[in-house]
Design a protein around this ligand. Sequence first.
Ligand code: PGA
Length: 220
Amino acid sequence: MNILKSYWELGSVVADIVEHTLTLPEPKLVLPTGSTPLSLYKELVNRDLDWSTTTTFNLDEYVINPNNPHSYNSFMRKHLFDRVNIYPDNCHFPFRPTEAFEDKIAESLRIDLCILGIGSNGHIAFNEPGSSFDSVTRVVDLSEQTIQDNSRFFDSVDDVPKQAITMGLGTIMESKKVVLMANGEHKKDILDIAMNGEITKEVPASILQNHDNVKVYYCD
Ligand code: PGA
């Protein structure tokens, strides 16, 4: 695990990895939402990189209208896609039928870089505890813990969507390289359990111990 001095350094170090990935021919990235990657997206926008040949897939999306300001589609447009020269047609969010989204990822061959956050219950994307390690993109019910955690982005907990479409753990594990970002003391214990504890479905992020190219970046 790489421990960084500040939230801004976390963004900058991961931005270096993204910058390198963008030099590949037709790079393919998997991107997260949430509060953790905000410093990364700010840094990437400031670097003025060429995104014109890049394809992105987001890890997850609420079952919600994509134009709703709380959708992850809106989040990504606001923080990254509307600020760089990526083609909107190259930005993909999990959709139904979920098999078609899986096919789209498969068509692009393997993902070069998958960037993840981690939930306080050890989820990655919306793969909640108990998710199968070989799961693929699917519609899921959000756990009570995740609904509570995400209520800070909404007026009330009742407004948080109860379902989402998420990339599966099996899909994530197919990526060539994985970067896990975590920020804050409240993530320290779950990160330690996920990276050093038993590999168990009850801690979905623990499956990353079986990936041969994972880097973890943490700052408190
Ligand atoms: P956060 O969410 O970045 O808002 O803490 C991470 C996650 O739930 O995956």
